[in-house]
Design a binder for this molecule. Structure first.
Ligand code: ADP
Ligand code: MG
Length: 484
């Protein structure tokens, strides 16, 4: 991309990421916040904005947010408050969103991102708690907009980065890292397509060397990782072209159109004062004491960067292998479960990175839906390592395991695939192959040694793939070279 590595300008990017929390109930009401229910069935009078209803804080909203804060090196406020963010929208019956304004519960953290040839620390300005609005549906009725309030009041965290990102790729890696962390912490499923992870990108450009930031635009509606990278790329190029042609960037909110691959104006950018933020009078301040912090700290799982290093050090995997395995927490769990049954990390990682990932890709499924259990997989690999089956049998059994809950050894026996390393069994087969191919035997003995592969192939075929290829090769060579 020519303009991205533009010598004259550099881009500045800051991301605001919203993550929908996996709490069972809503932020301030005792009703399920689960995604995908029938419209307007998960609502209480509070979600409908009825007068006289009062919010009650879901403790897990606080705990999950602090978890994320600790995992990203944030400071945690001892005392913070909720604020009302006021605006009118049909899917916001209360007329305001409960959020946090000048006292976010977590602040001044950072995460590390890794690019091809450098590592970079990206500042996290703040992580605050808020509730989601409902959903307006414009494409189901030709005349009306429909409103589903199931999502109204669903707990969210907003993670705001410092304007530390410089390229679309950095933004992409940052977002991936955020997703990886929320998944590891089990606070959000990280699904961008379903909207449980959403990202707004703030983009500006400035002449290289300039300190002050340029005027930014804010991009919305990018519902995949690829689209985030694409939209930012598009926007940087648009701004450079605009400025080069004597124009000026105006601060505005832009919508990414994933079909046309371009941004278009949505509205001029709102300012904080437009929202008339004021302290939420119906909720007490959030007080975080030492013992709550210690409690949450002790629940933190091992985070991806650390796990990657451990896989390299303990299991002897390469960094690349460990990076792919730990990219997804559940894939890493699968790997660890498998090596619990058979301590052969390298062999197990090989099969996961090739065969298992291939199947997940082909079927478009998640590792949690994969039908071969870690125990079955390690059993299969053990058969191969012990030379009880050969590679082609391994492949056959692997495919069979996708639809079977039998143990690999049982399948190998039933399918008659246990490798034969018994020379008594092989000898008559080799004799027969030689007898029925006298010309080849002759040519081999006249010096065409490459024909040995032909004989091995024939013997393997006659043994129905069960023969140990190493043994076959040795025996065939002896027989062919032997004088008669
Ligand atoms: P708002 O809530 O109005 O969008 P914030 O001050 O919370 O504003 O900033 C939102 C994001 O915009 C942050 O991630 C910040 O890093 C980023 N940002 C601020 N100024 C710029 C700029 N000039 N260029 C690019 N990103 C910026
Ligand atoms: Mg914003």
């Amino acid at each position: 991309m020519s303009t991205i590595s533009n010598v004259k300008y550099e881009a500045v990017i800051g991301l605001e990421v919203h993550a929908q929390l996996l709490t069972k109930s809503k932020a301030f009401a005792a009703v399920s916040s689960e995604y995908g229910g029938a419209p307007n069935r998960q609502v209480t009078p509070l979600c409908l904005g009825h007068p006289g209803t009062l919010p009650v804080l879901n403790e897990n909203l606080v705990r999950y947010t602090i978890k994320m804060g600790l995992a990203t090196g944030c400071k945690i406020s001892e005392k913070s408050i909720f604020a009302r963010k006021n605006y009118f929208y049909p899917d916001l019956p209360k007329g305001y969103q409960i959020s946090q304004y000048d006292t976010p519960i977590c602040y001044e953290g950072s995460i590390e991102i890794e690019l091809e040839d450098y590592v970079k620390e990206i500042g996290i300005t703040r992580i605050h708690m808020e509730e989601d609005a409902g959903k307006s549906i414009h494409d189901q009725d030709p005349y009306h907009t429909l409103v589903d309030l199931n999502r109204a009041g669903t707990p969210l965290i907003e993670i705001v980065s410092e304007p530390d990102l410089r390229t679309p790729r950095e933004a992409y890696e940052y977002l991936k890292k955020i997703r990886q962390i929320v998944q590891y912490l089990d606070v959000c499923d990280g699904n961008m397509e379903e909207g449980s992870l959403r990202c707004d990108a703030n983009v500006s450009i400035r002449p290289r060397g300039q300190k002050e930031l340029g005027t930014r635009t804010e991009l919305k509606n990018m519902n995949s990782f690829r689209n985030v990278e694409r939209a930012i790329t598009f926007e940087i190029e648009r701004q450079i072209e605009l400025v080069e042609n004597g124009g000026k960037v105006i601060q505005q909110t832009l919508l990414w159109d994933p079909n046309k691959l371009e941004t278009r104006q949505m509205r001029s950018k709102e300012e904080a004062h437009d929202y008339r933020y004021f302290p939420e009078p119906d909720l007490p301040p959030i007080i975080v004491n030492e013992s709550l912090l210690e409690d949450i700290q002790s629940e933190l799982p091992e985070l991806p960067d650390k796990r990657l290093l451990r896989f390299v050090e303990q299991s002897g995997l390469s960094r690349d292998e460990a990076a792919i395995l730990t990219d997804n927490r559940y894939l890493a769990d699968y790997f660890e479960e498998a090596i619990g049954f058979l301590n052969e990390p390298k062999a197990i990682s090989n099969v996961i990175l090739t065969e298992v990932l291939r199947v997940l890709n082909e079927k478009s499924i998640h590792i949690n839906e994969f039908t071969i259990t870690p125990k079955q997989l390690s059993g299969l690999i053990q058969l191969k390592l012990e030379d009880k089956i050969n590679s082609s049998a391994m492949q056959t059994i692997f495919n069979e395991l996708l639809e079977s809950d039998k143990e690999p050894i049982e399948l190998a026996a039933v399918m008659n695939l246990i490798q034969v390393s018994d020379s008594g069994f092989l000898e008559p087969i080799i004799d027969e192959v030689m007898e029925s191919n006298p010309d080849e035997v002759k040519r081999y003995r006249e010096g065409k040694k490459a024909l040995i592969s032909f004989f091995i192939g024939q013997v393997m075929k006659q043994s129905k793939g069960k023969a140990n290829p190493k043994l076959v090769r040795e025996m065939v060579a002896v027989k062919l070279d032997g004088t008669e």
